[in-house]
Design a protein around this ligand. Structure first.
Ligand code: ADP
Length: 323
């Protein structure tokens, strides 16, 4: 092995830079050249690559986002697009590729592996919806950013005796909402994995009001039927039943932009190092992930076909706490 490539793809996540740094430096330590592919799969399709030295990844471990850039590249989803990507890999004499990203990106990595190219994935998405890693790069920091916003909203909500609904990201997965809700002290949590009625939300706010609470917090997942938009109309028609005055906030992309905390920096560093370790061992078509405290390889074929279960005991726990 002389030359490997690395790319970041799909939704950016805090800690991607720490993973790039780990891949570049552990690769150089093994005596390889490391090629950075720009803007995810679109850099592969369009031959947009740069040689990366140890100094090119200096001072990035604390930065959110990704210095390589990321993108969504529909062309790569076609066989013709992937053939172009394979041509780039051949022209650049890249012998193995590390793909840092979430579900879509690992599906792309698996497709490339099935076409015969040696690929290793690194589990990175704030949504925590990727099989093969109990927690993925960026989740912990995204949770902290959401919590910081919620803690601040609570201060103003208490002063004005308000209820507030906060929508957090997570695509179709309720993990971010569930954990933000529990750790933010929410009265009620709405996630896609558990059916909720808009009326349940009204009841939760009303109950908090009748218990004499200074405010009520409802955390909703963007992928739930009753997300911020889904609730807006119903709640405006039932505002008198709430007791509280109501505000709705969507946190949106701020959750991606935080500086990675210690957990994400360490996880990204360990996963990036594991990826080059697997390449050195000739172990391809796997995802480097964290399971039971250990970094483990899971076949991409399992990663892309599985559905990660959500621990609904946490939802029940949250219900016992909001007295
Ligand atoms: P994430 O990795 O964060 O889940 P996306 O779902 O947007 O992000 O996927 C990122 C990119 O991965 C897509 O733009 C596309 O280039 C590639 N990709 C997604 N699905 C497939 C697929 N079925 N086959 C090949 N490539 C795919």
């Amino acid at each position: 092995m002389k030359r490997i490539g690395v790319l970041t793809s799909g939704g950016d996540a805090p800690g991607m830079n720490a993973a790039i740094r780990a891949v570049v430096r552990t690769g150089i330590n093994k005596g390889w050249e490391v090629i950075g592919i720009q803007h995810g799969y679109s850099g592969l399709v369009n031959n947009d690559v740069t040689l990366m030295g140890a100094r090119d990844v200096s001072g990035i471990i604390q930065q959110g986002g990704t210095i390589l850039g990321s993108s969504r590249c529909p062309e790569f989803e076609t066989e013709q697009g992937r053939r172009k990507a394979l041509r780039t890999l051949e022209e650049q004499a890249i012998e193995a590729l590390v793909v840092i990203g979430g579900n879509g990106s690992q599906t792309g990595a698996h497709a490339l592996y099935q076409m015969g190219f040696p690929v290793v994935g690194v589990a990175s998405t704030i949504d925590n919806d990727l099989c093969g890693s109990e927690i993925t790069i960026g989740v912990d920091t995204a949770l902290d950013v959401a919590l910081q916003a919620i803690d601040q909203l609570k201060v103003t909500a208490s002063s004005h005796h308000r209820a507030f609904i906060v929508e957090v990201m997570g695509r179709d997965c309720g993990y971010l909402a569930l954990v933000t809700g529990i750790t933010g002290g929410a009265e009620y949590i709405v996630i896609p994995e558990f059916e909720t009625d808009a009326e349940d939300v009204v009841n939760a706010i009303r109950t908090a009001y009748e218990r004499g609470k200074a405010h009520a917090l409802i955390v909703v997942a963007e992928g739930a039927k009753y997300n911020a938009r889904g609730l807006e109309h119903y709640l405006s028609e039932h505002h008198e039943a709430l007791g509280f005055d109501l505000r709705i906030t969507t946190l949106g992309y701020v959750q991606r932009g935080g500086s990675p905390g210690a957990f994400d920096r360490l996880l990204a560093t360990r996963l990036g190092a594991a990826a080059t370790g697997y390449i050195a061992e000739g172990k391809f078509g796997v995802l480097a992930g964290l399971n039971k405290g250990q970094i483990t390889p899971t076949p991409l074929s399992e990663v892309v076909t599985g559905k990660k279960p959500l621990d609904l005991d946490l939802l029940r726990l949250s219900e016992t706490l909001n007295l």
